[in-house]
Design a protein around this ligand. Structure first.
Ligand code: SAM
Length: 310
């Protein structure tokens, strides 16, 4: 679980995404300026690795580079090992930053493709130090970038009851958002705020009437998702990616956005509706088929939207 060099993340809709990004490169004239494909969410490196293997089969494409971006320092450290050869061959370059800032890493190079596989990786959720999961005791952190911002424990000390309830409602669609917020603020008033993920999950669950506690998903699931989205400003990151980075794509640039939350998917869907800017190879989002869902349950809620910049 703590090993840094082995990823546990299974890439979703792998071939659909990398075939599409490769198609963008293959459509370029041979004389095209060397450019980049940004993998905004390098994570376990699954998509980048597969794309690089495909690029290698076309020597004329090897002048282009995959830019692997991730704001999680552990992901960057892990991929330094995984991609040692590709980095040395100049096929991959890695940047520890938020994808909203990825243009700094691109410089003057044309962007021929972009992938964003939103949310967190299995390496993050399965970690017993990061605080994303209540399957085991972990500190209340939840930051993807542990070098910036404030951990959940600090945020809980300063948030107002109404803001907390709004976050749980907006990002988690948690119907008991107000009651959960009340409970946590009461605990705070008694200096009894939960200090680890298990205690937080327990405090949240205690708000649910017993029949609801044991039915369906764990009662803390929606709240944990909402808190993670808030702590990492995930919606704001996506908005900035759309408003600042999408317009920088070269004409003919291929975009692949994989989202797991309806608010994220809505932002992407609205953007791709702009007919004067994008051509859409598919009207509807692509979803994992039954066999992929069976192998990797996380793929169940994934929605992939593809677009080509005009
Ligand atoms: C779902 S995983 C990506 C998995 C990857 N496609 C693979 O095949 O292994 C998401 C990754 O994106 C990173 N991430 C999420 N939001 C980010 C952001 N705004 N900027 C940079 N990295 C981000 C997370 O730290 C995580 O490692």
């Amino acid at each position: 679980m703590k090993s840094l060099d082995i990823t546990r993340h299974i890439p979703i809709l792998l071939e659909s995404i990398t075939d599409f990004l490769l198609e963008g490169l293959l459509a370029l004239p041979e004389t095209a300026t060397p450019g980049v494909i940004i993998d905004c969410t390098l994570g376990g490196g699954g998509h980048s690795s597969n794309l690089i293997e495909k690029i290698k089969k076309h020597p004329q494409l090897m002048k282009h580079r995959v830019l692997g971006v991730d704001r999680d320092p552990d992901a960057i450290a892990r991929n330094q090992v995984r991609f040692k050869d590709s980095i040395e061959q100049g096929l991959l370059e890695m940047h520890h930053c938020s994808f909203s800032e990825s243009l700094n890493a691109v410089g003057e190079r044309p962007i021929y493709g972009l992938l964003a596989d939103l949310g967190i990786s299995s390496d993050q959720i399965d970690s017993d130090t990061r605080g994303f999961s209540f399957r085991f005791s972990a500190p209340l952190d939840m930051r993807m970038n542990t070098t910036r911002g404030i951990p959940l424990s600090e945020w809980l000390k300063q948030v107002s009851e109404s803001e907390l309830a709004d976050v749980l409602w907006k990002y988690g669609e948690e119907r008991l958002s107000r009651k959960i917020a009340r409970k946590l603020i009461d605990l705070r008033a008694k200096s009894q705020l939960p200090s680890d993920t298990l205690a937080l999950a327990e405090a949240i669950s205690s708000v649910f009437p017993p029949p609801m506690r044991y039915k369906g998903i764990h009662p803390a699931t929606r709240s944990f998702q909402a808190l993670r989205i808030e702590i990492n400003e995930e919606l704001k990151e996506l908005e900035t990616l759309i408003s600042k980075v999408f317009p920088a794509l070269a004409s003919g640039g291929h975009l692949a956005i994989l989202s797991f939350h309806s608010l994220e998917d809505r932002l992407v869907k609205e953007e791709f509706k702009k007919k004067e800017i994008y051509t859409l190879p598919h009207k509807k989002p692509i979803q994992a088929d039954d066999s992929e869902v069976e192998e990797n349950s996380r793929s169940r809620s994934a929605k992939l939207r593809l677009a080509v910049r005009k």
